[in-house]
Design a binder for this molecule. Sequence first.
Ligand SMILES: Cc1cc2nc3c(=O)[nH]c(=O)nc-3n(C[C@H](O)[C@H](O)[C@H](O)COP(=O)(O)OP(=O)(O)OC[C@H]3O[C@@H](n4cnc5c(N)ncnc54)[C@H](O)[C@@H]3O)c2cc1C
Length: 428
Amino acid sequence: MKKIVIVGGGAGGLELATKLGKKLGKKGKAHITLVDKNRTHLWKPLLHELAAGSLDDGIDALSYRAHAKNHGFNFKLAPLADIDRTNKQIKLAKLIDTDGTEILPESKLDYDILVMALGSVSNDFNTKGVSDHCIFLDSPQQAKKFHHLMLNKYLQLGVQETKQVSVAIVGAGATGVELSAELYNSLEQVSSYGFEHINSTDLKVSLVEAGEKILPALPERISSSAHQELLKLGVDVRTQTMVTEATEKGLITKDGELIEADLIVWAAGIKAPNFLKEIAGLETNRINQLVVKQTLQTTLDDNIYALGDCACCALPGGGFVPPRAQSAHQMASLVAKNIIATLKEKPLCDYKYTDYGSLVSLSNYSTVGSLMGNLMKGSMKIEGRLARLVYISLYRMHQVALHGYFRTALITLVERINRVLRPRLKLH
Ligand SMILES: Cc1cc2nc3c(=O)[nH]c(=O)nc-3n(C[C@H](O)[C@H](O)[C@H](O)COP(=O)(O)OP(=O)(O)OC[C@H]3O[C@@H](n4cnc5c(N)ncnc54)[C@H](O)[C@@H]3O)c2cc1C
């Protein structure tokens, strides 16, 4: 039986494992294994909510092992270290516990078809001090670390001469903009949980962007609409501000100004993990993404596919498929189709990216965006409740891909019940 190994159980990889598990694994037509370095899955676009405390991963995260059992695939907990293309094996690094002790030694896993779906990490562009003084929102662990530090800052407010909590966010893409708004929402919530002395002037968020406008990938009307909403909330939006260094006290700009901050989040661009750069002699680009053909097979090895943020896929009209959840979702469907076609010895299909638009959630305050991206040239602007509904439906689509319609409806119901039973904010 063919061995199909998927590395990375994120927005794309977990959907692919679920699809192949149902279509091949459960029917005994192939052996499907998902490898991830984490035990649970949380949809990455929710990380800013986890960081702000509006989401509790204890409730919302999905256990890979339980999901694998129900969907016909195996789960292996380990970080990928390397690929041995000659022997068709992947090398898995030691599994290390949070306290540094070794849980499992290095190991190897055979594959006939390998899918790389490892996502991306923040790109600090080698800016001085960033790795020492900034928090990245690359994983639930990092988002939780930010949340923990933020709660500590609230505890210190009014004590030890702490008069204001200041947060600087570098990069005004969707992550930076969404986190800015979410922090003001969580501040409103936190004051009702024994922090009555806290009000909106106790938080200062500086959103720092090197480009001319926030949300550079979105049309002007949408970015200016989001800009106005952020100003209303009290965010100090600084465009055309290049950060040259991060220090213990805050950010230093190209003009030598210090933007003071207790906490700094770096969200100024992405790259694929560094170890992919030279992996197994495969072709990569300058941000370590694996270059793929239109079939999503890597250019130098037909047995290895790449999808999502770690893949560099050219668009026929120029440019590249953007690193988004909707791209990962669409690529997962195509890779599933092509793997099934390979097993049936049928021709493979090409990937066609459909841009359904981009939506940016400004927490409970507003949602802005455009629909039908490349179908209507991003001209269909939506805002408010309708936009919020479409934004939430993106996550629902991911849940439907994992659980089907009936279970997703049940999960939605449980979420509603939890809103009554549980605090609006994670407080620990
Ligand atoms: C805060 C935030 C908000 C966002 N909002 C949006 C949005 O509104 N709309 C949108 O379209 N996109 C959004 N994005 C982008 C979106 O999250 C990504 O494009 C998408 O998650 C990419 O999917 P993926 O499957 O490629 O990778 P991911 O979802 O990142 O999954 C990668 C998986 O690989 C695993 N992994 C990594 N390294 C290893 C290793 N060495 N060994 C084993 N496993 C490994 C990880 O644990 C993870 O499970 C947002 C991103 C962030 C951070």
